[in-house]
Design a protein. Structure first.
Length: 298
Protein backbone atom coordinates (compact mmCIF):
# COMPACT_ATOMS: atom_id res chain seq x y z
CA UNK A 1 0.00 0.00 0.00
CA UNK A 2 1.17 3.52 -0.72
CA UNK A 3 0.89 6.17 1.97
CA UNK A 4 1.03 9.94 1.95
CA UNK A 5 1.26 12.46 4.73
CA UNK A 6 -0.65 15.57 5.64
CA UNK A 7 0.89 17.46 2.73
CA UNK A 8 -1.56 15.71 0.41
CA UNK A 9 -4.49 16.79 2.56
CA UNK A 10 -3.03 20.29 2.77
CA UNK A 11 -2.82 20.48 -0.99
CA UNK A 12 -6.52 19.62 -1.19
CA UNK A 13 -7.27 22.79 0.78
CA UNK A 14 -5.35 24.85 -1.77
CA UNK A 15 -6.91 23.08 -4.77
CA UNK A 16 -10.42 23.42 -3.35
CA UNK A 17 -9.90 27.14 -2.78
CA UNK A 18 -8.39 27.90 -6.17
CA UNK A 19 -10.98 25.85 -8.09
CA UNK A 20 -13.54 28.53 -7.28
CA UNK A 21 -11.46 31.67 -6.78
CA UNK A 22 -9.52 33.85 -9.25
CA UNK A 23 -5.87 34.79 -9.20
CA UNK A 24 -2.96 33.03 -7.54
CA UNK A 25 -2.94 31.09 -4.29
CA UNK A 26 -0.41 33.52 -2.84
CA UNK A 27 -3.04 36.25 -3.16
CA UNK A 28 -4.89 34.61 -0.28
CA UNK A 29 -1.95 33.88 2.00
CA UNK A 30 -1.59 35.84 5.25
CA UNK A 31 2.02 36.40 6.26
CA UNK A 32 5.33 36.87 4.46
CA UNK A 33 4.87 38.05 0.90
CA UNK A 34 1.26 36.86 0.76
CA UNK A 35 -1.31 39.46 -0.31
CA UNK A 36 -3.75 38.60 2.50
CA UNK A 37 -6.90 38.84 0.38
CA UNK A 38 -10.06 37.09 1.63
CA UNK A 39 -11.51 34.32 -0.49
CA UNK A 40 -14.20 35.61 -2.81
CA UNK A 41 -16.05 32.29 -2.97
CA UNK A 42 -16.26 29.17 -0.80
CA UNK A 43 -14.02 26.36 -1.97
CA UNK A 44 -15.14 23.02 -3.29
CA UNK A 45 -16.31 20.47 -0.67
CA UNK A 46 -13.40 18.47 0.75
CA UNK A 47 -13.48 14.81 1.82
CA UNK A 48 -10.30 13.63 3.57
CA UNK A 49 -8.91 10.14 4.14
CA UNK A 50 -6.00 10.11 6.58
CA UNK A 51 -3.28 7.53 5.87
CA UNK A 52 -0.82 8.90 8.45
CA UNK A 53 -1.09 10.25 12.01
CA UNK A 54 0.59 13.63 12.27
CA UNK A 55 -0.90 16.83 10.94
CA UNK A 56 -4.56 16.65 11.93
CA UNK A 57 -5.29 18.21 8.54
CA UNK A 58 -8.16 15.80 8.01
CA UNK A 59 -10.48 17.81 10.26
CA UNK A 60 -9.42 21.42 10.06
CA UNK A 61 -9.37 24.18 7.49
CA UNK A 62 -5.61 24.73 7.37
CA UNK A 63 -2.85 23.58 5.08
CA UNK A 64 0.83 24.45 4.88
CA UNK A 65 2.25 25.57 1.55
CA UNK A 66 5.77 26.44 0.43
CA UNK A 67 7.13 29.06 -1.95
CA UNK A 68 10.58 27.84 -2.91
CA UNK A 69 11.39 31.06 -4.74
CA UNK A 70 11.09 33.09 -1.53
CA UNK A 71 11.91 30.38 1.04
CA UNK A 72 8.51 30.76 2.70
CA UNK A 73 6.52 27.96 4.31
CA UNK A 74 3.23 29.34 5.58
CA UNK A 75 -0.13 28.13 6.83
CA UNK A 76 -3.07 28.81 4.51
CA UNK A 77 -6.75 28.34 5.13
CA UNK A 78 -10.19 29.73 5.87
CA UNK A 79 -13.17 28.46 7.90
CA UNK A 80 -15.16 27.70 4.76
CA UNK A 81 -12.47 25.16 3.77
CA UNK A 82 -13.18 22.77 6.63
CA UNK A 83 -13.64 19.21 5.28
CA UNK A 84 -17.23 18.03 5.04
CA UNK A 85 -16.22 14.44 5.83
CA UNK A 86 -13.10 12.89 7.36
CA UNK A 87 -12.27 9.17 7.33
CA UNK A 88 -9.66 8.10 9.88
CA UNK A 89 -8.98 4.37 9.70
CA UNK A 90 -5.85 3.03 11.45
CA UNK A 91 -5.90 0.03 9.12
CA UNK A 92 -4.67 2.40 6.40
CA UNK A 93 -1.64 3.36 8.52
CA UNK A 94 -0.08 -0.07 9.07
CA UNK A 95 2.57 0.34 6.37
CA UNK A 96 3.96 3.73 7.41
CA UNK A 97 7.69 3.08 8.13
CA UNK A 98 8.84 3.26 11.74
CA UNK A 99 10.85 6.49 11.50
CA UNK A 100 8.03 8.34 9.79
CA UNK A 101 5.56 6.96 12.31
CA UNK A 102 7.77 8.59 14.95
CA UNK A 103 8.19 11.89 13.10
CA UNK A 104 4.46 12.18 12.46
CA UNK A 105 3.57 11.12 15.99
CA UNK A 106 5.72 13.85 17.47
CA UNK A 107 4.15 16.41 15.14
CA UNK A 108 0.79 15.38 16.59
CA UNK A 109 2.18 15.50 20.12
CA UNK A 110 3.58 18.99 19.66
CA UNK A 111 0.33 20.30 18.21
CA UNK A 112 -1.23 19.42 21.56
CA UNK A 113 1.66 20.49 23.80
CA UNK A 114 1.80 23.84 22.02
CA UNK A 115 -1.93 24.27 22.58
CA UNK A 116 -1.34 23.56 26.28
CA UNK A 117 1.26 26.31 26.67
CA UNK A 118 -0.48 28.76 24.35
CA UNK A 119 -1.80 31.89 26.00
CA UNK A 120 -5.03 31.16 24.12
CA UNK A 121 -5.64 27.73 25.70
CA UNK A 122 -9.19 27.49 27.01
CA UNK A 123 -11.61 25.38 29.01
CA UNK A 124 -12.53 23.30 25.95
CA UNK A 125 -9.15 22.82 24.25
CA UNK A 126 -7.15 21.93 27.39
CA UNK A 127 -8.84 18.65 28.41
CA UNK A 128 -8.94 17.46 24.80
CA UNK A 129 -5.25 18.26 24.32
CA UNK A 130 -4.32 16.45 27.54
CA UNK A 131 -6.24 13.38 26.41
CA UNK A 132 -4.39 13.41 23.09
CA UNK A 133 -1.01 13.85 24.82
CA UNK A 134 -1.74 10.90 27.09
CA UNK A 135 -2.65 8.61 24.19
CA UNK A 136 0.32 9.58 22.03
CA UNK A 137 2.87 9.27 24.86
CA UNK A 138 1.55 5.85 25.84
CA UNK A 139 1.10 4.32 22.42
CA UNK A 140 3.56 5.97 20.01
CA UNK A 141 6.54 3.79 21.08
CA UNK A 142 4.41 0.71 20.40
CA UNK A 143 3.36 1.98 16.97
CA UNK A 144 7.00 2.71 16.10
CA UNK A 145 8.08 -0.76 17.26
CA UNK A 146 5.29 -2.64 15.46
CA UNK A 147 3.35 -0.93 12.69
CA UNK A 148 0.76 -3.70 12.78
CA UNK A 149 -0.15 -2.98 16.40
CA UNK A 150 -3.61 -1.73 15.53
CA UNK A 151 -4.46 -0.66 19.09
CA UNK A 152 -1.40 1.60 19.11
CA UNK A 153 -2.13 2.89 15.61
CA UNK A 154 -5.68 3.75 16.65
CA UNK A 155 -4.58 5.60 19.80
CA UNK A 156 -1.99 7.68 17.93
CA UNK A 157 -4.51 8.40 15.16
CA UNK A 158 -6.91 9.66 17.81
CA UNK A 159 -4.27 11.97 19.26
CA UNK A 160 -3.38 13.27 15.83
CA UNK A 161 -6.90 13.86 14.61
CA UNK A 162 -8.06 15.46 17.83
CA UNK A 163 -5.15 17.92 17.49
CA UNK A 164 -6.82 19.21 14.36
CA UNK A 165 -9.59 20.32 16.68
CA UNK A 166 -7.45 21.62 19.54
CA UNK A 167 -5.39 23.74 17.14
CA UNK A 168 -8.52 25.28 15.68
CA UNK A 169 -9.88 26.00 19.17
CA UNK A 170 -6.59 27.58 20.27
CA UNK A 171 -3.43 27.77 18.13
CA UNK A 172 0.06 26.39 18.00
CA UNK A 173 3.07 28.48 19.04
CA UNK A 174 6.39 29.63 17.62
CA UNK A 175 7.76 26.08 17.62
CA UNK A 176 5.90 25.54 14.37
CA UNK A 177 7.03 28.87 12.93
CA UNK A 178 10.61 27.92 13.69
CA UNK A 179 10.41 24.49 12.07
CA UNK A 180 8.68 25.87 9.01
CA UNK A 181 11.67 28.15 8.55
CA UNK A 182 13.99 25.15 8.77
CA UNK A 183 12.17 23.15 6.10
CA UNK A 184 11.53 26.23 3.96
CA UNK A 185 15.27 26.27 3.27
CA UNK A 186 15.90 22.51 3.53
CA UNK A 187 13.14 20.77 1.61
CA UNK A 188 14.13 17.21 2.50
CA UNK A 189 13.77 17.81 6.25
CA UNK A 190 10.60 16.04 7.47
CA UNK A 191 8.48 18.45 9.46
CA UNK A 192 8.18 16.16 12.47
CA UNK A 193 11.91 15.54 12.54
CA UNK A 194 12.61 19.26 12.53
CA UNK A 195 10.21 19.78 15.43
CA UNK A 196 11.94 17.05 17.42
CA UNK A 197 15.33 18.67 16.80
CA UNK A 198 14.33 21.98 18.40
CA UNK A 199 11.73 20.77 20.88
CA UNK A 200 13.84 20.23 23.99
CA UNK A 201 15.38 23.70 23.86
CA UNK A 202 12.13 25.33 22.79
CA UNK A 203 10.23 24.07 25.82
CA UNK A 204 13.22 24.59 28.12
CA UNK A 205 13.06 28.29 27.24
CA UNK A 206 9.61 28.58 28.86
CA UNK A 207 10.37 26.19 31.71
CA UNK A 208 13.36 28.30 32.76
CA UNK A 209 11.21 31.43 32.72
CA UNK A 210 8.39 29.76 34.67
CA UNK A 211 6.00 30.99 32.00
CA UNK A 212 3.35 28.34 32.64
CA UNK A 213 4.57 25.90 35.28
CA UNK A 214 1.16 24.38 35.90
CA UNK A 215 0.67 23.49 32.25
CA UNK A 216 4.01 21.68 32.08
CA UNK A 217 3.20 19.71 35.21
CA UNK A 218 -0.18 18.67 33.78
CA UNK A 219 1.50 17.48 30.58
CA UNK A 220 4.18 15.55 32.45
CA UNK A 221 1.48 13.72 34.38
CA UNK A 222 -0.42 12.98 31.18
CA UNK A 223 2.80 11.53 29.74
CA UNK A 224 3.04 9.01 32.56
CA UNK A 225 4.88 10.86 35.33
CA UNK A 226 2.04 10.63 37.86
CA UNK A 227 4.05 12.29 40.65
CA UNK A 228 5.27 15.21 38.53
CA UNK A 229 5.38 18.38 40.60
CA UNK A 230 7.75 20.70 38.74
CA UNK A 231 7.87 21.96 35.13
CA UNK A 232 11.24 20.29 34.50
CA UNK A 233 9.45 16.95 34.75
CA UNK A 234 7.93 17.63 31.33
CA UNK A 235 11.39 17.97 29.81
CA UNK A 236 12.34 14.61 31.32
CA UNK A 237 9.16 12.97 30.02
CA UNK A 238 9.77 14.41 26.56
CA UNK A 239 13.37 13.17 26.51
CA UNK A 240 12.24 9.70 27.61
CA UNK A 241 9.63 9.54 24.85
CA UNK A 242 12.13 10.60 22.20
CA UNK A 243 14.51 7.88 23.37
CA UNK A 244 11.74 5.27 23.40
CA UNK A 245 10.93 6.14 19.79
CA UNK A 246 14.57 6.22 18.65
CA UNK A 247 14.59 9.90 17.68
CA UNK A 248 16.68 11.32 20.51
CA UNK A 249 19.77 12.00 18.40
CA UNK A 250 18.45 13.72 15.28
CA UNK A 251 20.86 16.32 13.92
CA UNK A 252 20.22 19.47 11.93
CA UNK A 253 23.62 19.04 10.30
CA UNK A 254 22.48 15.75 8.76
CA UNK A 255 20.05 17.77 6.63
CA UNK A 256 22.57 20.40 5.57
CA UNK A 257 21.62 23.03 8.12
CA UNK A 258 24.60 25.10 9.25
CA UNK A 259 24.85 26.82 12.61
CA UNK A 260 25.51 30.09 10.79
CA UNK A 261 21.93 29.92 9.50
CA UNK A 262 20.34 30.33 12.94
CA UNK A 263 19.85 34.08 12.58
CA UNK A 264 18.32 33.66 9.12
CA UNK A 265 15.99 30.93 10.35
CA UNK A 266 14.84 32.99 13.32
CA UNK A 267 14.16 35.99 11.09
CA UNK A 268 12.27 33.86 8.56
CA UNK A 269 10.13 32.30 11.30
CA UNK A 270 8.95 35.69 12.52
CA UNK A 271 8.51 37.25 9.07
CA UNK A 272 6.49 34.39 7.60
CA UNK A 273 4.52 33.07 10.59
CA UNK A 274 4.97 35.76 13.21
CA UNK A 275 1.39 35.39 14.39
CA UNK A 276 2.25 32.21 16.26
CA UNK A 277 4.80 34.08 18.38
CA UNK A 278 1.85 35.93 19.88
CA UNK A 279 0.58 32.62 21.26
CA UNK A 280 3.76 31.97 23.23
CA UNK A 281 3.21 32.07 27.01
CA UNK A 282 5.85 34.79 27.38
CA UNK A 283 7.84 37.11 25.13
CA UNK A 284 10.43 35.52 22.83
CA UNK A 285 12.71 38.05 21.17
CA UNK A 286 14.61 37.54 17.94
CA UNK A 287 17.76 36.95 19.96
CA UNK A 288 15.95 34.39 22.10
CA UNK A 289 14.80 32.56 18.98
CA UNK A 290 18.32 32.52 17.57
CA UNK A 291 19.56 31.16 20.89
CA UNK A 292 17.10 28.27 20.85
CA UNK A 293 18.26 27.28 17.38
CA UNK A 294 21.89 27.50 18.45
CA UNK A 295 21.41 25.44 21.60
CA UNK A 296 19.46 22.80 19.67
CA UNK A 297 22.05 22.56 16.92
CA UNK A 298 23.96 19.32 16.46
Amino acid sequence: MRWAGGAVLDSAVAVAAMATNPGDLWDYVYGGTGKAQPLQHPGLPIVTIATTSGTGSEINCWGVISNHETNEKIGFGAPELNPVLAIVDPELMRTVPAKYTAYQGFDALFHNTEVMISRFVNVLSEPIALSAIEHIAKYLPRAVKDGNDIEAREAVAYGSTIAGLTMQLTSTTAEHSMEHAMSAYHYDLPHGAGLIMISNEFYRFFVERHACDGQFIKMARAMGMKDADKPEDFLAALADLQKACGVDNLKMSDYGIRKEECDTLARNARETMGGLFAANPCEMSHEDCVGIFEKAYK
